[in-house]
Design a protein around this ligand. Structure first.
Ligand code: UD1
Ligand code: MG
Length: 500
């Protein structure tokens, strides 16, 4: 099957510098959603990939496609054709014509209709099925809407067969009352399509080459027209404004929330979760309100995520508690660990089982072995931390000398007192204790107390007494008047005194 995605339009109503199809839904550009579905439909046997008709912001769209192809090689199969001037949907499809295999039917999708399911499209393409190489039926995806305004209407004959599609701006009042609309998604017999597209005329209210005009041509040529509808209305909703984008995002997130709950996840409020990627959960996972999941996240069975956490590309073990306001990115967390509240795990944070990372603790590119703890206010970066290590409040691994990063190694059973700085590269031997306030610049031997601290002294001391300050008066206009009056008074008193 040929697949053409129309994506050349500007999307004026978005009022954005970005082409509309690059606006994001669930963290991904609208066009990427459409392409993922298109690629899943084509299967491996298709030589040519989907064709995207680009126009407005073409360079941006091309750069985006090149970028995703780096991460996902299947996108390398996506071709683009340029529609330099946007003269309508029929004109857009005409640009892709030379790239279409005439032996295969052509599925038309819109770059701004992101959530059509594979199931719906498979059903539509089956409807158009015929003998390979021969033109068969034309299949239209329609929708019955309570408020059909703005859409093309499906006009049927008395016997129910489709006669034509009339655009809103060209419709008579009777046609405007029709509730069945054209979603724009259709499967067309490619051989006939070639002929029909060339015969299109722009003699309509918008002066555009309407793809929808091919329907009446198909009727004339005796090509059967079949219609079907999606299970859910949101599947055919297009995005024209930021308002619609936000609306569709909520619909999508609510769907994801219901899928999670159906799979055994407890959500404190299904309307307050955002999954921008894939979230895989074991059984009895619970997620509190306001959490955002990005990229690929897995939460194994029994794990609990507190309110307002952001978790990106991370793998969390069984029965982990992630408390409120924690931020995890590129982290691995072992079973039974406790994270947060207000913890930050950055890329390369690799925690074994039963590790505790408490409030205002940041861990980056560090391996922390089982049963170790950093419960308060610490920075652990570029480190290897052994088992049963206790990292006291205020401990900092000074990993950066302003030019290079260096490693800190903390062996098993180490106890690090509060407010300690470990100036990397440095190693703390097994079982060592570092006294509070130590600035460690050399390796600390195993099983000893190492402390770097000025000796504590006590001296007799008299605390100074506070000196009262004179209040300086600013010379404002009012002050000047008072000063003048006082001067006059003084001179009068003087002269009176002189008279005496
Ligand atoms: C179109 C349909 C209408 C349908 C509606 C569904 C036509 C004539 N009308 O109207 O029947 O109910 O979609 O949403 O087809 N595009 C291009 N190049 C162009 C024009 C459009 O690539 O020259 C692309 C747009 O980027 C968009 C899609 O085609 O992805 C639809 O274009 P749009 O202008 O939104 O068509 P509608 O007027 O909404
Ligand atoms: Mg539209």
């Amino acid at each position: 099957m040929n697949i053409v995605i129309l994506a050349a339009g500007q999307g004026k109503r978005m009022k954005s510098a970005l082409p509309k199809v690059l606006q994001t839904l669930a963290g991904k550009p609208l066009l990427q959603h459409v392409l993922i579905t298109a690629l899943s439909l084509q299967g491996k046997q298709t030589k040519a990939g989907p064709i995207v008709v680009i126009g407005h912001g073409a360079a941006n769209v091309k750069a985006f496609l090149a970028n995703v192809a780096k991460e996902d090689p299947s996108f390398g199969n996506v071709a683009t054709v340029l529609q330099a001037e946007q003269k309508g949907t029929g004109h857009a499809l005409l640009q892709a014509l030379p790239k279409l295999d005439p032996q295969e039917p052509t599925l038309v999708l819109y770059g701004d209709v992101p959530l059509t399911s594979k199931k719906t499209l498979a059903k539509l393409s089956k409807l158009a099925d015929g003998v390979r190489g021969q033109d068969s039926a034309l299949a239209l995806l329609t929708q019955n809407l309570a408020n059909p305004s703005g859409y093309g209407r499906i006009v049927r004959d008395a016997d129910g067969s489709v006669r034509e599609i009339v655009e809103e701006k060209d419709a008579t009042p009777v046609q405007k009352a029709i509730k069945e609309i054209n979603t724009g998604i259709m499967v067309l017999p490619t051989n006939s399509l070639r002929k029909w597209l060339k015969a299109l005329r722009a003699s309509n209210a918008q002066g555009e080459y309407y793809l929808t005009d091919v329907i009446a041509m198909a009727v004339k040529d005796g090509v059967p027209i079949r219609t079907t509808q999606a299970d859910d209305e949101f599947e055919t909703v297009g995005v024209n404004s930021r308002d619609q984008l936000a609306g569709l995002e909520r619909i999508h997130q609510l769907n994801v929330a219901h899928q999670l709950m159906a799979a055994g996840v407890s959500l404190a409020d299904p309307s307050r979760i955002d999954v921008r990627g894939t979230l895989e959960c074991g059984t009895d996972v619970s997620i509190d309100v306001g959490c955002v999941f990005e990229g690929c996240v897995t939460l194994a069975s029994g794990t609990k995520v507190g309110p307002y956490c952001v978790i990106r590309n991370s793998e969390i073990g069984n029965d982990v508690a992630i408390h409120a306001f924690s931020h995890l990115d590129g982290a691995k967390v072992g079973h039974h660990s406790l994270i947060g509240p207000y913890a930050r795990l950055r890329p390369g944070a690799d925690l074994a089982n039963d590790v505790h990372i408490g409030n205002f603790v940041e861990v980056k590119n560090s391996k922390i072995a089982a049963n170790s703890k950093a419960n308060h206010l610490a920075y652990v970066g570029d480190s290897i931390v052994g088992s049963r290590v206790n990292i006291g409040a205020g401990t900092i691994t000074c990993n950066y000398d302003g030019v290079n990063k260096h490693q800190t190694i903390i062996e098993d059973d180490v106890f690090i007192g509060s407010d300690t700085q470990l100036v990397a590269p440095v190693r703390v031997g097994r079982g060592a204790t570092l006294g509070a306030g130590t600035t460690l610049t050399k390796d600390a031997p195993a099983n000893q107390l190492t402390v770097s601290r000025a000796k504590q002294i006590s001296l007799p001391w008299q605390r100074p007494v506070k000196i009262e300050k004179k209040i300086a008066v600013k010379k404002t206009a009012a002050n000047k008047v008072t000063a003048k009056k006082t001067a006059i008074k003084k001179s009068v008193t003087k002269s009176v005194k002189g008279k005496k």
